[in-house]
Write a protein that binds this ligand. Sequence first.
Ligand code: CA
Ligand code: CA
Length: 532
Amino acid sequence: MLPQYPAGQLQAARSDVRARSPWFGAARGMEGQSWSYDRGSTFNVLVGKGQLIAGMDKALVGMCVNERRFVKIPPQLAYGSEGVPDVIPPDSVLHFDVLLMDLWNSEDQVQVHTYFKPANCSRTIQVSDFVRYHYNGTFLDGTLFDSSHNRMKTYDTYVGIGWLIPGMDRGLLGMCVGEKRIITIPPFLAYGEEGDGKDIPGQASLVFDVALLDLHNPKDGVAVESTFLPRDCERRSRAGDFLRYHYNASLLDGTLFDSSYARNRTFDTYIGQGYVIAGMDEGLLGVCIGERRRIVIPPHLAYGEEGRGNIPGSAVLVFDIHVVDFHNPSDSVQVTSRYKPDNCSVLSKKGDYLKYHYNASLMDGTRLDSTLSLGKTYNIVLGSGQVVLGMDMGLRDMCVGEKRTVVIPPHLGYGEAGVAGEVPGSAVLVFDIELLDLVSGLPEGYMFIWNDEVSPNLFEEIDKDGNGEVLLEEFSEYIHAQVAAGKGRLAPGFEAAVIVQSMFTNQDRDGDGRVTAEEFKLKDQEARHDEL
Ligand SMILES: [Ca+2]
Ligand SMILES: [Ca+2]
């Protein structure tokens, strides 16, 4: 340290500037002797306060950071004719090489310079908010002393409640996510005279180049914004429903960390039952099918301080979701009649043979299948398990000419598995149906019935050649003749030959290929056997 010496008159623009400067200094008047200082032990002094020799007080005025000056001070502005015993001879001219590294004024405040502001800057940092930001910390001369970028990890902290140095607590206020700022802090609002550890010397002004990535308040709840609401929204999701939805998930700074679209598969889950993070469970309540929502979830309702996978700790999450469908396990089939003909008295029932057209689609309108594209009707026997249960239910009590929309939940459709390549798992299906034809079925359990009285000599009539036994050919010929004559009816929707074969086999008790009079019995005479 240079010895203090009363300052002379000084005309200073900034009369109480403190300077922090390294001295590669030399007093060349001393036969080459010099005082030299490394950068770690700067000379810190108030300018114009008489802490320096008059010449130096004068020479420092108007200097800027990183400026280097060579200063020559005559003895009358230095140590005069007396000098300093054993150090500076009388009448010495002193030469200094001064590099200014830092300066500040006790009147200084925190300086904030925003050099990037995002278009949407609605929410800004308030006292007690929790933030995640990246920063480079430098001294006024540009020397980097710390960087969160180098650690590859954001700095995470509360703002305005003393977790930070006062200058940072103030300098971060009013900042929005995506904004970039330079915050310049005088030492008395940073680490003061003591500095901080080996990195920050005493009396250092600090410059933080800050980029805010994340912002929330511990009091925040889930924020839900509906970005698209279908006009037709009769039903909203509630706890216990099973939802299928697509989503893009990102951090507040826009970093995408997950997407169902990338997997080309919806995310399927029960809601309100803890299968997803708390914020999602809440944010998915009250949605409509087809709705798009932005759900913003604070970390305490997401993955907390720990984070998970590529989700950093304490991160706010933004989910942009699109609800494809939802249902409840207690749902039945939903039938809406879109058209009924004037005469709608004959209604479909179990066993009836139906011919109908359909368009099948998913709730989001994705087309699955259509009989119209095949150019022929779909034909089934109602209640015989030829279609999924929901369809069987949706076709009941329908008259020819009627048009319906039938919504089928997955447990009455294709279930969790779906149909590979055609129907997604757990999908709700929509069928637009038009019934074109209905052939009344036979009473339950019958594959053939008589329209009229049964002939008393039935066996003899069937046994055409009168040899006392009936072969399949005789039996088949007889049944078909009865049907053709309108005396009997086969169950509609099945192969006649198969029915006849089955009837014959039932009568041929010993299975020898012929039915005897003994074997031949009417159904009504025997409880369990059907057909004849
Ligand atoms: Ca015969
Ligand atoms: Ca037999």
